[in-house]
Design a protein around this ligand. Structure first.
Ligand SMILES: [Ca+2]
Ligand SMILES: [Ca+2]
Ligand SMILES: [Ca+2]
Length: 334
């Protein structure tokens, strides 16, 4: 009997210990977070550059609403793995990042925009981006928006160590700290650089300058893009170990495409493709609309798209290229 009582008390005690969080604690009226995006452009490879965004978020659920007037952000990173690309390309004034107005709006006031190696004021962090921002508008009560875009350079293989350091604070209009409820930082690592090389010719031309070749990842994100040279050659830096879709574009031509490009080694060559001309309206098929488009400006200089072969005049050669590719659709196979 005695034992049963004790176990009952124990169970009741355990249940009660759960209650304060569930029932008794007053739910906060707001939720704040500091968010670092995954890679938004470029590739995190050795010798490459890539960008990430830093955003703030506040959501108020009830009155009185709390408003954010400023932030003192310390974003730590490993300076042996990445460095920061100077936003204004002026080394004399230190290295800064691009300030964005998504969160604070146009009245943002910048007190600090500096890359610190080591990170002063923030413990033993070897390096950080230090931003101190406020604004002269009304307190931000419900918004998620960018405060900065950072361009990084990959120096060596390894984890970038991106982290929102605990010294980071938000501040309200009374100069009081606003607790940060969550931080979100992706685990970005620098990987060895791979290169996709190849060649893009264009039907009806001998100078192949300026076709735009783009490598996409499986999610459709642009990993690298660049133009061909006069011989049609291109070289795209991408992370090793990835699988890419490579697409070539030029005005007046059907796109050409190579899928499932496995970059397992340092350099992967995908060979030569020959783009087919005549897609005047850029809808990736050659039909009567394109032919009519050429006829409509026949004998004139035309445009980049109607002067298919770039010889400066829309004439019989452009028309025969389009007519010869009648009903063909892109993207054509590489
Ligand atoms: Ca600078
Ligand atoms: Ca077309
Ligand atoms: Ca022409």
């Amino acid at each position: 009997m005695q034992k049963k009582h004790w176990s009952l008390i124990l169970v009741l005690g355990m249940l009660l210990s759960l209650l304060p969080q569930a029932v008794l604690a007053q739910a906060p009226n707001y939720y704040t977070s500091v968010i670092v995006s995954d890679v938004t452009s470029g590739a995190p490879v050795v010798g490459g550059t890539f960008t990430t965004d830093v955003s703030l978020s506040i959501v108020n659920n009830a009155s009185p609403m709390l408003g954010v007037m400023g932030v003192d952000l310390y974003l730590g990173f490993d300076p042996a793995i990445v460095n920061v690309d100077d936003a204004d390309d002026n080394p004399a004034n230190g290295i800064q990042v691009n300030i964005a107005t998504g969160f604070f709006g146009g009245s943002v006031v910048v007190a600090k925009n500096r890359v610190e190696v080591p990170c002063t004021n923030a413990g033993a962090a070897p390096a950080c981006v230090h931003l101190a921002l406020s604004h002269t508008g009304t307190p931000i009560t419900n918004r998620t928006g960018k405060i900065a875009t950072i361009a990084w350079g990959g120096l060596a293989v390894g984890p970038t160590g991106l982290t929102v350091l605990p010294e980071t604070v938000l501040a309200d209009v009374d100069g009081a700290a606003v607790p940060i409820n969550s931080t979100s930082v992706p685990a970005i690592s620098i990987v060895p650089a791979g290169t996709i090389t190849g060649r893009v010719e264009r039907q009806g031309m001998t100078d192949f300058t300026g076709s735009i070749v783009t490598a996409y990842n499986s999610g459709g994100g642009v990993i690298a893009t660049g133009p061909t040279d006069a011989a049609g050659n291109f070289s795209l830096p991408v992370p090793q170990g990835g699988i890419y879709l490579v697409q070539a574009f030029y005005h007046g031509y059907l796109k050409a495409q190579k899928s499932n490009v496995y970059v397992v080694g340092a350099t992967v060559g995908i060979g030569t493709t020959r783009m087919l001309g005549g897609d005047v309206n850029g809808d990736n098929n050659v039909n009567i609309l394109d032919v009519v488009g050429i006829i409509g400006v026949f004998g004139t200089p035309g445009t980049m798209s109607t002067d298919i072969n770039d010889d400066g005049v829309v004439n019989i050669f452009d028309l025969t290229i389009a007519a010869g590719n009648f009903t063909k659709v892109g993207p054509t196979a590489w």
